[in-house]
Design a protein around this ligand. Structure first.
Ligand SMILES: Cc1cc2nc3c(=O)[nH]c(=O)nc-3n(C[C@H](O)[C@H](O)[C@H](O)COP(=O)(O)O)c2cc1C
Length: 162
């Protein structure tokens, strides 16, 4: 089955304490693993950006639950498309706490209106999205890509993920 990639951004409805957030992340990892969904959750203070990659029905069902979660608001989809392959490790949810300014920039670049206005016609949107995400991760949280030999996919080639 083709990989489906969904990216959304949201804002915490209230501050989540470390223990509460740890629990959220642990439950999310267990669930995503069981559904074959991989991806990445980025947090900067009260801002979130999450990438979910997996079978479309599983990703859509999870996103419906996430969107209904009262712990965050202003949940908005930045991208939802079938892609050739995943950018991140299969069935594993990476997490990183990053700088608010950096996450704000990434979210703005990924916003469809912004993206389309900036790009020349005919530019491959999936390619620019993949580049933006991987460049961000390399710069701000390279640990989520895994270490050689730990069973994670090696750094993906563009042809594999776009
Ligand atoms: C920012 C944010 C990201 C989340 N990401 C996931 C996730 O990747 N996987 C997951 O199972 N739950 C995630 N959750 C929790 C879900 O919103 C939801 O609480 C969980 O799936 C349980 O669903 P239920 O309350 O309908 O039983 C996330 C919550 C927030 C606030």
């Amino acid at each position: 089955m083709k990989t489906y990639r969904l990216i959304y951004a949201s804002t915490a409805a209230r501050p989540l304490g470390p223990a509460e957030f740890e629990r959220l992340l642990m439950q999310a990892r267990i669930y995503n693993f069981s559904e074959g969904i991989g991806g990445l959750l980025l947090r900067a203070g009260g801002q979130f950006l999450e990438v979910l990659e997996g079978p479309e029905p599983a990703v859509a069902a999870l996103y419906a639950r996430i969107a209904a979660d009262p712990r965050h608001v202003a949940v908005h989809t930045l991208e939802a498309a079938a892609v050739r392959g995943p950018l991140f490790r299969a069935a594993s949810l990476g997490f990183a706490e990053v700088e608010p300014a950096a996450l704000g920039r990434l979210t703005a670049y990924l916003d469809p209106a912004h993206r389309r206005a900036l790009l020349p016609q005919g530019y491959d949107e999936q390619e620019i999205i993949a580049d933006l995400l991987l460049e961000f991760v390399e710069l701000h949280c390279p640990h989520v890509l895994g270490q050689p030999g730990d069973g994670a996919a090696t750094y993906p080639q563009r042809s594999q993920y776009v």
